[in-house]
Ligand binder design. Structure first.
Ligand SMILES: CC(C)=CCC/C(C)=C/CC/C(C)=C/CC/C(C)=C/[C@@H]1[C@@H](COP(=O)(O)OP(=O)(O)O)[C@]1(C)CC/C=C(\C)CC/C=C(\C)CCC=C(C)C
Ligand SMILES: [Mn+2]
Length: 423
């Protein structure tokens, strides 16, 4: 019997290879009750867990080898290791969490902000820059903009500045001039990012972000990684497996969570580790992007792009051609059900972190989580036709989510609740 300790950094589905029968593998560990076993078709066994550590004991097959596929791989010694994408992303999470801890340890708390530096004219220019960021935000993301109005003025304008930088970065590869964008244009965008982090902004939007990153403990890495995601979009239109897709989702969306938490702030009464809050933030970005992908299957296919894992498509009996043709069959419905389930697992993990955020930041985050998650319900309501029907959450439903989000934002941190219930 070999026991592998797996460090799980996000809700994860671990299909254990063909040939292992239920009799010769079992699960144990401190969070055993968080593990769900599932036997799926083709006798592939899956382990679902949202806990941080899982301990898996299993016997080798008759040939002495272990077959563990997808997110986890077994090394020749038979030890299971975390996938390279998850490890890479987790390292960024640790780095960002450490930055916040350092800041909290040193005299200033992460919730404090530097006073405005009063150079003649500077404050006014900065105010204009932030106001413009707010206008852009209100124009592109009305509901989210409304949500930010509950935050403190310093946090609100910092989030607007981050939003605008993200929107502009995405516009480079998705906007009107996208056909002219080359990798070297992205290199220049990245150099500009470094300049603004060094206090040398190029335009007024950069000036707002430059000010934001000087006030809050935000690391440059998630920003650089988002540019990397855009580079990926220029050169890649297929994803071999979920591991590759996960990395892409981190680059273009998980990064947003890591950029935002240092500004939103963790509740002073929260007992959660910064690292776990960052993991939840990362999960929200991943969940949102997976949802985007599932909503836009047809639209992406018409641009020659398929953001669904190629190995999972093939296993379910689909070729690229099938995706381009776009027939909603029972086979497609059950494939979609699995994809939706995975996206929901990431939302579930994100939920655990929202209550740990500072009170005023929770409402926009809950609103965004509830609204995005509803897109998955709409894909189901469209009978899984994501080829020609765009899943759309009606204005009434969107508005109805706002008071619900507000109610949830009043809950005390989960970490505090569980320690109170133990006491
Ligand atoms: C503890 C905890 C849960 C904290 C919350 C952390 C947090 C605020 C997470 C935010 C997650 C989020 C909103 C991620 C954005 C995901 C997303 C939609 C990414 C899009 C990428 C590219 O997609 P694609 O091109 O396929 O899609 P389009 O057709 O273009 O839509 C993006 C477009 C990348 C650019 C991202 C933005 C413009 C959004 C940036 C948002 C913020 C900075 C504000 C986040 C704050 C709140 C309150 C939601
Ligand atoms: Mn886009």
């Amino acid at each position: 019997m070999v026991v592998a300790i797996l460090r799980v950094v996000s809700p994860i589905e671990i299909p254990i290879g063909l040939g292992l029968s239920e009799a010769n593998w079992r699960f144990s560990g401190p969070k055993y009750d968080n593990l769900h076993r599932k036997k799926s078709r083709l006798s592939v066994y899956s382990l679902y867990t949202t806990s941080k550590y899982a301990c898996v004991g299993f016997e080798p097959e008759s040939n002495g080898k272990f077959q563990i596929r997808s997110s986890l791989v077994a090394n020749p010694a038979g030890e299971a290791t975390i996938s390279s994408s998850e490890q890479k992303v987790y390292d960024v999470v640790l780095k960002q969490a450490a930055l916040v801890k350092d800041q909290t340890k040193s005299s200033r708390k992460s919730t404090d902000v530097k006073p405005d530096i009063v150079l003649p004219g500077t404050v006014y220019l900065l105010k204009d820059a932030y106001d413009r960021c707010g206008e852009v935000c209100a124009e592109y993301a009305k509901t989210f903009y409304l949500g930010t109005l509950l935050m403190t003025p310093e946090r609100r304008r910092a989030i607007w500045a981050i939003y605008v930088w993200c929107r502009r970065t995405d516009e480079l590869v998705d906007g009107h001039n996208a056909s002219h964008i080359t990798p070297s244009a992205l290199d220049r965008w990245e150099a500009r990012l470094e300049d603004l982090f060094d206090g040398r902004p190029y335009d007024m939007f950069d000036a707002a972000l430059s000010d934001t990153v000087s006030r809050f403990p935000v690391d440059i890495q998630p920003f650089m990684d988002m540019v990397e995601g855009m580079r990926m979009d220029l050169k890649k239109s297929r994803y071999k497996n979920f591991d590759e897709l996960y990395l892409y989702c981190y680059y273009v969306a998980g990064t947003v969570g890591l950029m935002s938490v240092p500004v939103m702030g963790i509740a002073p009464e929260s007992l959660a580790e910064a690292e776990s809050v960052y993991n939840a933030a990362l999960a929200l970005g991943i969940a949102n992007q997976l949802t985007n992908i599932l909503r836009d299957v047809g639209e992406d296919a018409r641009r020659g792009r398929i953001y669904l894992p190629q190995d999972e498509l093939a296993e379910a009996g689909f070729s690229d051609e099938d995706v381009f043709t776009g027939q909603v069959t029972d086979k497609w419905r059950s494939f979609m059900k699995r994809q939706i389930k995975r996206a929901r697992m990431f939302f579930e993990q994100a939920e655990k972190g929202v209550t740990e955020l500072s009170q005023a930041s929770r409402w926009p985050v809950w609103a965004s989580l509830l609204l995005y998650r509803q897109i998955l319900d709409e894909i189901e309501a469209n009978d899984y036709n994501n080829f020609t029907k765009r899943a759309y959450v009606s204005k009434v439903k969107r508005l109805a989510a706002l008071p619900l989000a507000y109610g949830k934002s009043l809950l005390i941190p989960l970490s505090l609740r569980s320690s109170l219930s133990k006491a």
